[in-house]
Design a protein around this ligand. Structure first.
Ligand code: SF4
Ligand code: SF4
Length: 135
């Protein structure tokens, strides 16, 4: 069993294809949709986490290529240095998936790594460079 995060990019000819349904049904994959932005008739972007057998995942990505859907893998990770972080909250509202939250009891930043799609917005916004994108 392996886990991957990927961005699927759709154009106007592919935007209405039932891709996640096919990935689950044909390849027996576990799909978690982390972010979805679509404009009917125009295109869209889907950020997904996929879990499954490596062979099945490889076959699924071949299928996506055949369907003319562009795939970018998210091989980077976000590193939060909790010693540097002063819990100012500047990064929280910029996170498109709610992975960063200020705990209302402790007023400390909490980072849910599982939800992060490695967009980098938080790293750009942090005034003390407590967040880094690492490869
Ligand atoms: S990189 Fe930062 S802003 Fe982007 S999803 Fe991850 S935690 Fe949120
Ligand atoms: S912007 Fe930087 S210092 Fe402020 S809460 Fe986020 S990680 Fe911490």
């Amino acid at each position: 069993m392996i886990k991957k995060k990927a961005v699927l990019l759709f154009d106007s000819s592919t935007v209405e294809k039932p891709i996640t349904y096919q990935l689950i049904k044909k390849y027996d994959l576990w799909i978690n949709i982390l972010q979805a932005k679509f404009e009917p008739g125009s295109g869209g972007k889907l950020v997904i986490e996929i879990r499954g057998d490596k062979k099945q995942i490889d076959e699924a990505f071949t299928y996506l290529e055949e369907q003319k859907i562009k795939v970018d893998f998210l091989d980077k990770e976000v590193s939060l240095n909790s010693t540097k972080c002063n819990h100012c909250g500047a990064c929280v509202s910029l996170c498109p998936v709610g992975a960063l939250q200020i705990n209302r009891q402790t007023y400390h930043l909490e980072f849910n790594y599982q939800d992060c799609v490695v967009c980098g917005y938080c790293a750009d916004a942090c005034p003390v460079q407590a967040i880094e994108i690492v490869f």
